[in-house]
Design a binder for this molecule. Structure first.
Ligand code: SF4
Length: 692
């Protein structure tokens, strides 16, 4: 028997980007383990990915191209050859590409985070056509935009420093489920005497293990940050030297923060005045004592109307107290802006003859149903879906389904499994998993460039995304040499040559070693140097003003709340959030039996006061509904959800859920204040018991 170990990287939408070691015995992957030598992830994987072979060798893997033989949505297909599949697709796309190229729409996201199997050959293909651009906003854009206005880019505290913090604030995330290696460091910090505070409307697994949990109302994080600023300024818990040297707009900020008394903050956030004051004092006093104070904020805070502003306000806090002076101080939302990627070259944006229209992936429900018009342009006639499952993950799901049901819409889906979206495809193309293809990775949690080597041969007739788009390009008659480049050639172009040469980067060496850390200072903003227009942390942002936004930190109430829409709140009095279930990653893994069994079935966590007034007992089946739709789940009566809040852990495949529907039946397509992102956690609902 031949046994080898192959260096790989986790491809999933998770900040940790673990280094993997895949054991291959006679061509079969028998184990996926963490690489103990990788400094950040240190050999530990989450349960999901330690089961990755179960997923790769799953009996339901799509192994051959398929064409639809039933009605859309029925999921009935028959096997066809690759030639027939590619000829059919090219025959459908060519006339559209000649007549109205923008009627063709790619739909993709982070099913893989890989630079090569994500947006490389696929982008070249759609750029050559002149297809509609896709605004990939569904997860991170609101927060990334708010952070960028303030700090200048997605750069923050190095994950390898958090264990040295003395105060660690986990703001809007549940790292036990979705940022495991940060949590390992948080526990180390705790053992070293640090205090851990969780800010989250829900008492998540993480919040349960912190010293303190501030359970604010959903969508009010921006107000809490403003209240903190008020106390820090009023009680002079500031680093005046840091503010004077490295920030812009402190005097204006002072006036704005003066409007946010602890009383107003507490009322807005649904918490006590003491919680506001004590929290701010602890933050300011710990920093004043010269100890590192760190904030790990995450995307939970930005899935509401004012989500971009919430992240902006949080990002202002470290500069007020000089927390950036310490390697273990500051804030991290994402480290993705640290990487010198060269996307224009990888994606060949120069192939575009003109800039096409852009369609927002968050509003796919409306946009698939939109007729041609002078403002919208041509109706969407063809959608090519890869690395995504819009039927399950996009908001306002009933509209998404009706869009994909259109008989005149030609839909192609590249997938591993027959997901909810595959059921609506005309042609299905089997794609390889991470064990079967190579890729290059960055991370949005740590600072290592990573390589993924193919460990095994493709299963059945599956092919890497890159190869599928190469073959499609040939069928379409695209003759630019860029469509013939191999995956290795693509990977070698993925980073800016000048930046990575300075680091001694070499793609072949990266494949051998598995990873390479970026050259970054331990405390990136200890002496300012923010990549903003002013080079300072911008409390006042002229760019925001130019973009029609409030240039100072502010608070925008949710779209759906008693304050902003009392009539709606009278009919639908409960706020609903749908954060990630621990055993799923977005909609990936829902079909892996062992992981689905661990989750059980779709649940709705509801506070005892809210269940009692509705006659709901623990374990009852309940219907969650609003004007957009409804879904059924099993009630868990628990004070983990604060009164007035219900929580439906997600994202279930609809066809594997209780009534063929999931939480996105009730979420809306409204967009955030900045970044054009979704507002999944800005949702009012009513809940009723379903008769047995
Ligand atoms: S999902 Fe996250 S924690 Fe799990 S293996 Fe992948 S990168 Fe690591």
């Amino acid at each position: 028997m031949t046994t080898t170990q192959v260096r790989a990287a986790c491809p999933l939408d998770c900040p940790d980007t673990c280094a993997l070691l895949v054991t291959v015995e006679d061509g079969v992957a028998t184990a996926v383990k963490g690489d103990p030598d990788h400094p950040t992830t240190a050999g530990v994987l989450c349960t999901k990915v330690s089961r990755y072979t179960e997923r790769t060798y799953h009996e339901d893997r799509l192994l051959y191209p398929l064409k639809r033989v039933g009605k859309k949505g029925e999921g009935k297909f028959e096997r066809i050859s690759w030639d027939e599949a590619l000829d059919t697709i090219a025959a459908r796309l060519k006339p559209i590409a000649e007549r109205a190229p923008e009627a063709i729409l790619p739909y993709s996201y982070c099913g893989t985070m890989g630079l090569i199997q994500g947006e490389s050959m696929s982008s070249r293909f759609f750029n050559q056509i002149g297809a509609s651009l896709l605004d990939r906003t569904i997860c991170a854009m609101a927060g990334a935009t708010g952070y960028k206005y303030t700090i200048g880019g997605s750069i923050g505290t190095d994950m390898e420093q958090f264990q040295n913090a003395k105060l660690l604030i986990i703001w809007g995330g549940n790292p036990i489920a979705s940022n495991l290696h940060f949590w390992t460091r948080a526990q180390e910090a705790k053992r070293n005497g640090a205090k851990l505070i969780a800010i989250d409307p829900y008492r998540s697994l993480t919040a349960e293990k912190c010293h303190q949990h501030i359970a604010l109302l959903p969508g009010t994080d921006a107000a809490l940050a403003l209240g903190m600023m008020h106390v820090l300024i009023k009680e002079d818990l500031l680093d005046h030297d840091y503010i004077a040297q490295y920030t812009l707009g402190f005097e204006e900020l002072k006036q704005r923060a003066a409007e946010w008394s602890p009383e107003r903050t507490a009322e807005t956030c649904g918490i006590t005045v003491e919680e506001v004051v004590e929290f701010a004092r602890l933050y300011g006093n710990t920093a004043r004592a010269g100890e590192p104070v760190a904030i790990r904020t995450n995307y939970g805070v930005q899935r509401v109307r004012g989500g971009g502003m919430a992240v902006r306000n949080i990002a202002c806090l470290p500069a007020l107290v000089g927390a950036w002076r310490h390697p273990a101080g500051g804030v991290q939302l994402s480290s993705s802006g640290s990487f010198p990627t060269n996307k224009p070259r990888l994606q060949r944006t120069d192939l575009l003859k003109k800039i096409p229209r852009t369609i927002n992936m968050t509003t796919i429900g409306d946009d698939l149903l939109r007729p041609a018009s002078p403002s919208f342009g041509p109706a969407v006639e063809a959608v090519i879906v890869y690395n995504s499952n819009p039927l399950a993950i996009a908001p306002d799901s009933d509209k998404v389904m009706r869009g994909f049901l259109r008989e005149d819409l030609f839909t192609v889906v590249l997938e591993h499994f027959q997901t909810d979206t595959v059921d609506y495809a005309d042609i299905v193309l089997p794609a390889t998993t991470q064990l079967e293809h190579m890729d290059a990775h960055t991370s949005y949690g740590h600072l290592y460039m990573m390589a993924n080597n193919a460990a095994i041969a493709p299963m059945g007739e599956s092919k890497p995304n890159t190869e599928i788009f190469r073959l499609l390009a040939a069928k379409m008659g695209f003759d630019d040499p860029c469509f013939k480049e191999s995956d290795d050639e693509l990977a070698a172009q993925a980073f800016n040559a000048q930046d990575v040469r300075a680091m001694g980067f070499d793609w072949d060496a990266l494949k051998q070693k598995g990873w390479q850390k970026l050259n970054m200072p331990a405390a990136p903003f200890a002496q300012g140097g923010f990549p903003t227009p002013s080079g300072k942390c911008e409390f006042y942002s002229a760019q925001m003003e130019a973009d029609g936004l409030d240039p100072l930190p502010a608070y925008l109430p949710p779209y759906e709340s008693v304050t902003s829409n009392p009539e709606l709140a009278a009919r639908y009095p409960l706020a609903m959030i749908s954060p990630p279930a621990r055993n799923f990653l977005n909609s990936t893994f829902v079909n892996v039996k062992s992981l689905r069994s661990a989750e059980g079935e779709p649940h709705l966590d509801i506070h005892p006061e809210d269940s009692a007034t509705r006659g709901i007992a623990n374990g009852d089946m309940v219907r969650i509904f609003n004007d957009r739709g409804s879904f059924v789940a099993k009630a868990r009566v628990t004070d983990k959800a604060r009164a007035g809040l219900v929580v439906g852990l997600s994202v279930w495949w609809k066809k594997l859920a209780t009534d063929g529907k999931n939480a996105n039946e009730v979420t809306s397509q409204q967009l955030t204040d900045m970044g054009r992102a979704p507002t999944f956690y800005d949702t009012l609902v009513q809940v009723e018991r379903v008769a047995a």
